[in-house]
Ligand binder design. Structure first.
Ligand code: HEM
Length: 130
């Protein structure tokens, strides 16, 4: 027999100020997961230029890397990927019942670590961009 209960308007995104850390973790994980899937299409499109010859591929990469917006998007992609990986590993531990008492803190740790790695990557990604 199925059971129902009144969850209330929990998924009412107009109430985002009331969201708990877990809700933000859920939103960020979904968002970053689907951004990564979206990037996969771009990635395959760029890689497939290699089928037209090595020179076409090299020129495509050079052309893209010469654009500031691409360099900035790369930093964004790193942020999204690092957060998804760190929070994903955290979720796997949660699924195993490890660290259930400190879920909020481990989520904040994922955010802080992501921020630190992204900041540290900026000199590399933006090298020669200006
Ligand atoms: C080391 C790398 C990764 C780890 C540890 C990881 C971990 C996870 C975990 C644990 C979930 C399930 C979260 C839940 O319980 O609801 C998940 C969801 C998901 N992941 Fe990953 N993931 C990784 C890489 C990727 C990559 C490379 C992509 C895309 C190409 C991706 C796309 C997604 C998507 C679309 C979801 C579902 C989001 C939703 O709930 O709608 N993940 N990931």
């Amino acid at each position: 027999m199925s059971q129902t209960y009144d969850r209330g308007p929990v998924e009412d995104f107009g109430r985002w100020r009331e969201f708990s850390a877990g809700m933000w973790a859920w939103i960020f994980h979904k968002f970053t997961g689907w951004v990564l899937v979206g990037y996969l299409f771009t990635h395959i499109a760029v890689l497939s230029t290699a089928t037209a010859g090595g020179t076409v591929y090299t020129e495509t990469i050079r052309g893209l890397e010469s654009l500031l917006v691409v360099r900035i998007l790369e930093v964004g992609l790193l942020a999204v990927a690092v957060f998804h990986i760190l929070n994903g590993v955290r979720l796997l531990f949660v699924d195993l019942g490890v660290g259930l008492e400190s879920q909020d803190r481990s989520f904040y740790a994922s955010l802080v670590l992501t921020g630190a790695i992204v900041v540290a990557s900026v000199p590399t990604f933006l090298a020669g961009a200006f």
